[in-house]
Write a protein that binds this ligand. Structure first.
Ligand SMILES: [Zn+2]
Ligand SMILES: [Zn+2]
Length: 865
């Protein structure tokens, strides 16, 4: 019954949106609101949703209520506004920078009005930033994309999954026509996405109007080189030369399914000559009625008679009161006709001519036929800003136009919470928790002819009520403050001191090879489900030697993490990665792959090294996604030599000759004796892996799994086991339901494997700062944090850090233990389902409510993590 009602609400929302549209100002010429859902589709979706809500997966009642409160409120507000006929311009509108265009956080912008929320571009990490800075994704009405490049759309798949999981009924995407294909490509791992209605409004649908503004899409076509290569504005020099028939070309298709004709046809649809600019015009806003002026003129303020008078005056009409004519300007501020802002991406020099000569954009410049632009947002690299043509084009806007620039020249901190926790952990051990770095562009800043503003994370440009820049929200990132805060935690410094003494005593005892820093493991993402402010999703870099690296899983934002870990040395780190293992097709394990591959190509170019594809060891299903993305969106297959996970399972099928040669090359490249995989107990086609180095060490990586015998066998006698421990002890039932392991189960696997050392990772985001420890932690077990860096010589040290860690996070541990106690009181151990609603009962403070909301999203997503 609840489901039916919910779907009816979704339906109402669509209907009301349609009505609001028809009441839009007459100035709007055309509108292409997405086709409304038919009654048939509505019932079909309803049926599907009912299928999904089996008793096993249905969240507890409290959760359901919380989950759907927001959309309902929105529907009601819009309905009321419609009834009042109150469809005119919003009174508060601002544009806010999310990602400022740095190398680790691609440009994205959030636009807020009291009626609507919009996002312009959605690169990897956008969702994480929105979560950290409390910009609610669930309130988004529209996402606009300027170009189909991974930089702009890398975070969209994760964003859509989150919107779906939070119960957002629909999402409209505007921009390049390949968005449709992009969505089809992500369905290869997300499933059918029927619970959310996704519409694409291609650039050919000229304008869109809602309660806040009218958005015109302005397509801009560049005259690109005929080879169809992706423009590479941000990499130095030209692309590395490689054979068009490089080995990755066929992927798993073998020789049969990718005929030349098909490839040509698809290349034609992979058109990267288009960028879409967006011209946004706010609806006019009637002036405010000035009560004191009205009183002074003797109008009947405070009586029923004033209503019609205000209505007429605000509508710009003069009124006669007690024989006197009152003109609107005497008692009302002037009508605001509605400012215009323009978002324009000019990704490379090849687009400069097309942007600068575009007639639609020039209408908003000096001598214009339309309103002058109040703000132009340039998603434009420095190399483009430096061209005379672009500089002159900027100058043609009136002097009142503000210019905001987003590119790699920005100097701003985005992931402040990540910096904070790292600065505090760094106090405990500076080598294991190194300070984060940032990548700084070496390009000289362009000498521009007009004043401009460089983007900063959360910088706002307010369009209404007053047009102004607002910097209050820009986060500060003061390492000294963070350290001071940690030092004020009771007993923390004492514990750190103890820890240091023990470690240095250990150091004296160890026979030790000082300098023995490899293999080195860098944990880039240690959280599950979806990227969150403190823990990003799966990604572990294994630096086998100073020149060889291998990556285990590559969730969204893995490249950003690498960037913040290595700073200016990120190109060097990328250039060493020869091999990527993807355990399974959940979004938290593989959606960062494309960014990693594109950035690796850029790194090789920058360093003047020859390009070579990576060995991609992954489930064969990944090729459906990559092939589709390659065919319709951007070239990617040349970046990989594919080895299906299944051919590395011991006793599995004999690989084809070509795959055999890749396996041999992978082993040689990494100095490995063996690389094997095994299927694990998680979703379909989920794998763990283990590999042995010629020097004798062995590493085993679980991917996501319940305790698994095949993995115990594959990882036998590993030097290091990296095992997922998604949930705490006591949540065994939830672990079975979601097919993950608890802490003790993971440790148990390590014991049976006879691993020298176990590091736990893939923690549920409910354990953002630190997981709960179980009784069986001993000197062979450590926990991971994002950006933790260890070599095998640190195994002895890791358990020594635990008392200091427990002290630093005593408050969080206390809260988690409190929740566990309450849960155990409520439900006898073993039958517990720790729903977020239940947990919420034990928490009152606002911060905890926010965390509960976060956890409810995360708990839903855990099913597919
Ligand atoms: Zn996962
Ligand atoms: Zn998973």
């Amino acid at each position: 019954m609840n489901t039916v009602r919910l779907k009816l609400r979704s339906f109402t929302l669509l209907y009301i949106k349609g009505r609001a549209l028809s009441a839009a100002p007459p100035a709007v010429t055309s509108s292409s609101f997405p086709p409304r859902r038919t009654v048939f589709q509505f019932f079909r979706t309803m049926a599907t949703t009912n299928d999904c809500n089996t008793p096993e997966t249905r969240p507890p009642p409290g959760l359901k209520k919380a989950k759907h409160k927001e959309p309902l409120r929105r529907v009601k507000t819009k309905e009321n506004r419609g009834k009042r006929g109150d469809v005119h311009g919003p009174s508060t509108v601002y544009l806010q920078v999310v990602g400022a265009g740095s190398r680790d956080n691609a440009a994205s912008l959030y636009v807020f009005s009291e009626y609507n929320r919009y996002l312009f571009n959605c690169g990897e990490g956008t969702q994480r930033l929105m979560q950290e800075h409390k910009l609610k994704a669930a309130r988004l009405d529209n996402i606009f994309l300027t170009r189909l490049s991974w930089e702009n759309v890398g975070g969209l798949s994760g964003m859509i999954l989150t919107l779906k999981d939070t119960g957002v009924p629909e999402c409209v995407l505007s921009g390049p026509p390949q968005l449709e294909d992009y969505l089809n490509a992500i369905k290869s791992f997300s499933g059918p996405l029927e619970e959310i209605k996704l519409s694409v409004r291609p650039y050919t649908a000229e304008s869109y109007t809602d309660e806040t503004m009218t958005v015109h899409q302005v397509p801009i076509f560049a005259d690109l080189r005929p080879d169809g290569r992706k423009p590479s504005p941000k990499s130095a020099g030209s692309s590395p030369s490689r054979s068009p028939a490089s080995p990755g070309r066929d992927g798993v298709h073998g020789n049969s399914s990718r005929g030349d004709g098909r490839n040509d046809r698809r290349r034609a649809t992979r058109d990267n000559s288009l960028v879409v600019s967006f011209v946004c015009k706010l609806h006019p806003k009637k002036g405010n009625f000035l009560v004191s002026e009205a009183k002074a003129l003797g109008l009947p303020v405070g009586t029923a008679a004033i209503g019609p008078l205000i209505g007429a005056l605000k509508a710009g009409k003069s009124v006669t009161y007690e024989g006197r004519e009152i003109r609107p300007e005497q008692v009302c501020t002037p009508t605001d006709p509605g400012p215009v802002f323009i978002i324009v991406e000019c990704p490379s020099e090849e687009f400069v001519e097309a942007v600068c000569s575009n007639q639609q954009l020039s209408r908003y410049q000096t001598g214009a036929t339309e309103d002058l632009a109040a703000l132009v947002v340039h998603l434009t690299p420095e190399s483009v800003l430096s061209t005379d043509q672009y500089k002159r084009w900027m100058e043609r806007f009136p002097s009142t136009t503000e210019h905001l620039i987003l590119n790699e020249q920005v100097r701003t901190f985005h992931n402040v919470r990540s910096h904070k926790i790292q600065a505090q952990l760094n106090v405990i051990h500076p080598d294991i928790f190194p300070q984060l770095k940032s990548y700084q562009s070496t390009e000289a800043p362009a000498a521009l002819l007009v004043p401009t503003v460089r983007a900063e994370c959360l910088l706002k440009f307010q369009l209404r009520p007053v047009m102004e820049w607002q910097r209050e929200a820009v986060p500060s990132c003061n390492t000294e403050e963070f350290v001071k805060e940690a030092s004020e935690v009771p007993n923390f410094l004492e514990e750190v001191d103890k820890c240091r003494k023990i470690c240095s005593a250990d150091g004296a005892e160890l026979p030790g090879k000082p300098g023995e820093k490899h293999p080195e493991v860098v944990f880039l993402g240690t959280g599950s489900a979806l990227p969150m402010k403190i823990r990003n999703v799966s990604g572990t870099l294994v630096n086998i030697s100073p020149s060889q690296s291998l990556l285990l899983d590559c969730g969204e934002g893995t490249f950003g993490q690498l960037c913040r870990h290595y700073g200016d040395a990120v190109d060097d780190a990328l250039s060493k990665i020869s091999t990527v293992f993807i355990s399974h097709m959940h979004a938290d394990h593989h959606t960062g792959l494309l960014m990693l591959l594109y950035q690796r190509e850029r790194a090789l170019t920058t360093l003047g090294k020859a390009f070579s594809p990576v060995y991609l060891v992954a489930p064969v299903q990944i090729m459906t996604w990559l092939n589709q993305y390659h065919d319709y969106c951007e070239e990617i297959l040349d970046h990989i030599n594919f080895i299906p996970n299944k051919v590395l399972v011991g006793g599995g099928e004999m690989p084809k000759q070509r795959t055999q040669s890749f396996i041999q090359a992978l082993l040689k490249e990494n100095d490995l004796e063996k690389f094997q995989t095994c299927t694990v107990r998680h979703c379909k086609n989920a794998y763990a892996c283990s590999f042995s180095h010629r020097s004798g060490w062995k590493l085993a990586f679980s991917g996501d799994t319940m305790p698994c015998d095949a993995f115990v066998h594959a990882g036998k006698n590993a030097t290091l086991l990296i095992h997922e421990a998604t949930l705490e002890d006591g949540l065994e039932e939830e672990a079975v339901e979601k097919r993950h392991s608890t802490t003790s189960q993971a440790i148990g696997i390590g014991m049976r494997m006879n691993a020298d050392f176990i590091v736990l990772n893939h923690f549920s985001q409910r354990y953002a700062k630190i997981p709960l420890f179980s009784g069986d932690f001993d000197d062979r077990v450590g926990i991971s944090f994002d950006h933790m860096r260890i070599c095998f010589g640190d195994f002895k040290t890791l358990p020594r850090l635990i008392p200091a860690l427990k002290t630093l996070f005593a408050e969080e541990i206390g809260e988690m233990e409190g929740r566990r106690e309450k849960r155990e009181l409520r439900q006898p151990r073993g039958s517990a389902f720790e729903g977020p609603a239940a947990a919420a009962v034990s928490r009152g403070a606002k911060r905890h409510q926010q965390e509960a909301a976060t956890r409810s999203d995360e708990t839903k997503r855990l099913k597919s993590s």
